[in-house]
Design a protein around this ligand. Structure first.
Ligand code: SF4
Ligand code: SF4
Length: 103
């Protein structure tokens, strides 16, 4: 496999690491990753007591009675630029990233 990489203006090569997964078992829904993502990739969702996903209103501070806890999810994987800012700020090490295969 040839790994996708870019050449920076300095001439150095940089290999982006694209988001692959967020571990829902360890995520505490703190939202730190959401705040640092520059590309709108992530979305906070609720989980009910059976682990099913429940839509939440980010503008409504009152938790829906159905929502047992909140977790971060990958809503727009295709927008990720592989900067890994989300992973670096996550206090629970929830993220998995990987380079892409060059076309
Ligand atoms: S790697 Fe960067 S662009 Fe991709 S989800 Fe994380 S913060 Fe967003
Ligand atoms: S920073 Fe980590 S623990 Fe916090 S919401 Fe994001 S994935 Fe979950």
């Amino acid at each position: 496999m040839t790994t996708y990489c870019v050449t920076l203006p300095s001439g150095q090569s940089w290999t982006p690491n694209f988001v692959q997964a967020i571990d829902e078992r360890t995520c505490i829904g703190c939202g730190r990753c959401f705040k640092v993502c520059p590309r709108g990739v992530l979305e906070l969702v609720g989980l009910d007591e059976d682990g099913r996903r429940v839509a939440i209103d980010p503008d409504d501070d009152d938790d829906d009675a159905e929502v047992e806890r909140k977790v971060m999810t990958i809503a727009h994987r295709e927008l990720c630029i592989g900067c890994t800012a989300c992973s670096r700020i996550c206090p629970k090490k929830c993220y998995t990233h990987a380079p892409a295969e060059a076309a």
